[in-house]
Design a protein around this ligand. Structure first.
Ligand SMILES: Nc1ncnc2c1ncn2[C@@H]1O[C@H](COP(=O)(O)OP(=O)(O)OP(=O)(O)O)[C@@H](O)[C@H]1O
Ligand SMILES: [Mg+2]
Length: 240
């Protein structure tokens, strides 16, 4: 059965789309069939990040509205990795029920759907909360981002999501030395999933460059993808 995972943060720019592309790539590398779903209605970005903007004609809004069958709205990115773009305009037809029905029509073809939530706690975020099995809350180590992640986690819990996982992104060894991860986890109220270093390679990856499989960033995403699959991958550090 397809597992539906929302990647959310409430704040913009913390790395949700980066996470979807990179963790999605690693899950596909592990042999899973992964559908990335851009939930940022109006300001979608995954088609650009993944280099398929020109190929993307239909989006999940077209499927809900009956303008096309779902295969036409899915673009293959690489072996095992696929994308469904977000609609350009909001419509009242994009209800939780409609979105759920659309996802259930395609669930036999995928192992994972990663929903790239928009910043904020409004309609796109609510659609995600209405259909997901799990939410990955992203935060950078700065206090404003931690507060936003805490709101996102609380809102997801209020919508009935039981599995909430925390990812700390853009961790910089020099700047964030001494961060207490236990305190971070307690504040956000989520189970730890992993930490991703701030790295030029990750930045270059999301801007279209190939980066070495063995790079620190890729390895961090690989460990996270394995934990998402339920594998027991030990955490390397307690207090960073
Ligand atoms: N670990 C990282 N190291 C370096 N740069 C990063 C890292 N994670 C994300 N970035 C960069 O930070 C910027 C914002 O990332 P991204 O677009 O993934 O954030 P977002 O949460 O999806 O933003 P939005 O809320 O606007 O959709 C991008 O330029 C991205 O390349
Ligand atoms: Mg984004």
């Amino acid at each position: 059965m397809m597992k539906i995972i929302t990647v959310a943060s409430a704040k913009g720019g913390v790395g949700k789309s980066t996470f979807c592309c990179s963790a999605g790539k690693m899950l596909a590398h592990n042999g899973q069939r992964v559908l990335l779903v851009d939930m940022d209605i109006g300001v979608r970005s995954l088609d650009i990040l993944l280099g398929v903007a020109e190929k993307t004609v239909y989006n999940w809004g077209d499927v809900i509205k009956g303008n096309c069958e779902y295969r036409k709205a899915v673009t293959e990115i690489s072996n095992g990795l696929f994308l469904m773009a977000a609609p350009i305009d909001f419509s009242e037809e994009y209800s939780v029920e409609g979105f759920k029905a659309m996802l259930s029509s395609l669930e036999k073809d995928f192992d994972y759907a990663l929903l790239d939530a928009p910043a904020g706690l409004e309609s796109g975020f609510r659609l995600c909360g209405g259909v997901s099995d799990c939410c990955v809350v992203m935060s950078t180590p700065d206090p404003i981002s931690i507060r936003a992640a805490t709101y996102a986690a609380q809102n997801m819990r209020d919508m009935g999501i039981k599995s909430i996982r925390l990812v700390i992104n853009k961790f910089n060894k020099k700047l964030h030395k001494g961060i207490n991860v236990d305190e971070f986890i307690d504040t956000v109220g989520a189970r730890f999933l992993g930490v991703i270093p701030e790295s030029e390679e990750i930045y270059r990856f999301v801007n279209g460059e190939k980066i070495p499989y063995k790079s620190k960033g890729n390895q961090a995403f690989l460990r996270i993808s394995q934990r998402l699959e339920g594998k027991n991958v030990p955490f390397r550090v307690k207090n960073l």
